[in-house]
Design a protein around this ligand. Sequence first.
Ligand SMILES: [Zn+2]
Length: 85
Amino acid sequence: MIAYAPCPKCSTAGAQRMKFTWWGGVLGPRILSHVKCPACGFAYNGKSGRENTAGIVIYCVLVGAVVMAFVVVLVAMMVLIAAAN
Ligand SMILES: [Zn+2]
């Protein structure tokens, strides 16, 4: 059992790790040690004890960049296939 940092808002200990979030699915909260305070429900970084907002933004940008790169490659392949015929 890993003890997480106390809540930055109300200083309550015993935060629970979040298994799923709207912004990161299953992987995001695992990478960012995203935990939720049992008292006030505030979600934060269980390792640093600070807000995870910056980490979430970086995570979303990275995921967005990967998705964009995938779409660009897919479109480029379709264009190449169309040009070859
Ligand atoms: Zn709290």
